[in-house]
Design a protein around this ligand. Structure first.
Ligand code: 5AD
Ligand code: SF4
Length: 429
């Protein structure tokens, strides 16, 4: 989400005539877009911000903007911690950025706090979003990302997102489709639809599956991905839509968070371990090639050894294709932060290491099952170090293979010859 927001901010400023520079020392404006999902992310953002003080000394007219969730959470406290910041820009205020920067140039000594979380998405002229999309978001011109909704209503007890990004708000289908059309016209072949919980997308009478069916109609678009799906909201209609589509990639990112019913309840996740497993079974029955990735957390308040072992068993039962694992970090203001953070840091670290070891073993096993199989790979670019091309399978696995680069942007059949935990090695068939 932050990556997509950064893209929008960049585009808004480019439209006003700004350009990118390679080093902060040369910049007239420095924008830090921040994440506060865990304390560690927030600490890193703030210490990087503090390190930019030297730039302010060298160039007193630089405008400093602290944007994103840390800005939203700490608001005017940012000015106390780092007085050289000019603008604190909240998550729902990014469209105001060009105007605020202009004002900051006029009045360099004024501090601007723009952190109002809005109830609705702004009413924008038709075509506003597509007018921002020339080219694609990621380093590869082939892949673009389109935010379909902002905010979250789920209030998982550990999570800061509903507080810093506000209530769930969905963009209209027509806006999303025209944004996708524009990106495809600019060269995108693959689109990632983004939202905190894409399954609860709703605009008028359209749900997420309806949206996917509309996006699928865009000529020239070859692949559709989306993130993140909440296990409690995966409908049969969505599963069937993925099954029946040739463009929607067979990959679901379905954060489980924990394998223990007691912990899942404390987290307010809205499903039990059994329900999660049944959902996985149902998805695998309909879409046998599905790749399932997840987020898992260790050390949630009250997590006992048995709870953690339930998470390990879940990893074995589901056979995830990748897992992002985290140590619980108390976020001020959330429900869980009222509980004692009672799992010692050492225990969290030990559990994380054990979980990672198991996940890596399971992922490698899963990848080995692809040996000898032919996968559809979209050729993205030359890999940085190796003299190989790199692309992704429909299941979102990275594959390296030899080639002269003429096929960049094409979908090629690649036979998998070697399997590692984080990537595959193959040969174009
Ligand atoms: N502590 C640790 N991990 C967290 N996540 C969200 N909030 C916290 C927290 N307070 C993790 C969840 C989520 C992912 C984006 O970050 O696993 O799915
Ligand atoms: Fe946070 Fe839960 Fe919403 Fe995800 S679904 S953003 S974890 S509150």
């Amino acid at each position: 989400m932050n990556d997509a927001d950064s893209e929008v901010m960049g585009r808004l400023l480019e439209r006003e005539g700004y350009g990118k520079v390679d080093f902060p020392e040369g910049a007239d404006v420095i924008i830090l877009n921040t994440c506060s999902v865990r304390q560690h992310a927030e600490d890193r953002a703030l210490s990087y911000l503090a390190s930019l003080k030297r730039v302010r000394k060298e160039n007193p007219s630089t405008v400093f903007v602290l944007a994103g969730c840390v800005a939203q959470r700490l608001k005017s406290k940012i000015f106390e911690k780092t007085p050289f910041v000019n603008i604190v820009l909240g998550t729902d205020n990014i469209l105001e950025l060009p105007k605020l920067i202009e004002e900051a140039f006029q009045k360099p000594n004024e501090k601007v706090l723009a952190t109002e979380v809005k109830g609705d998405l702004p009413k924008l002229a038709e075509g506003f979003w597509s007018s921002l999309s020339y080219g694609c978001a990621k380093n590869s011109e082939l892949m673009g990302q389109v935010t379909i909704m902002r905010g979250c209503d789920n209030f998982c007890s550990y999570c800061i997102v509903p507080y810093v990004r506000g209530r769930e708000k969905s963009k209209p289908v027509s806006d999303i489709v025209s944004e996708v059309e524009q990106k495809v016209a600019d060269g995108c072949k693959e689109i990632m639809l983004l939202g905190q919980n894409v399954n609860s997308y709703r605009s008028n009478s359209s749900d997420f599956a309806d949206l996917l069916r509309e996006v699928e109609k865009v000529n020239g678009l070859e692949r559709i991905r989306f993130m993140t799906s909440h296990p409690k909201d995966v409908s049969e209609k969505l599963i069937n839509t993925i099954r029946d589509s040739s463009k929607i990639c067979e990959h679901l990112h379905l954060p489980a968070q924990s394998g223990s019913n007691r912990i899942l309840e404390g987290m307010n996740r809205g499903y039990t371990r059994q329900q999660y497993l049944e959902l996985i079974d149902k998805i695998k029955r309909e879409i046998p090639k599905i790749s399932v990735t997840t987020d898992l957390m260790v050390g949630f308040p009250g997590e006992k050894k048995e709870d953690f072992e339930d998470t390990l068993r879940l990893v074995e039962d589901v056979e995830f294709d990748a897992a992002f694992t985290f140590k619980y970090s108390a976020r001020p203001g959330t429900q869980a932060a009222k509980e004692k953070d009672d799992v010692p840091l050492e225990t969290k670290k030990e559990r994380l290491a054990e979980l990672n070891e198991l996940c890596e073993k399971m992922v490698l096993e899963k990848n080995r099952r692809l040996l000898g199989k032919v996968e559809e790979v979209m050729v993205e670019r030359f890999a940085r170090k190796e003299k190989k091309l790199v692309g992704r399978t429909r299941g979102n696995k990275r594959v390296f293979f030899s080639g002269d680069g003429k096929d960049i942007g094409e979908l090629l059949p690649v036979e998998i010859e070697k399997a590692y935990t984080w990537s595959l090695l193959g040969r174009v068939r």
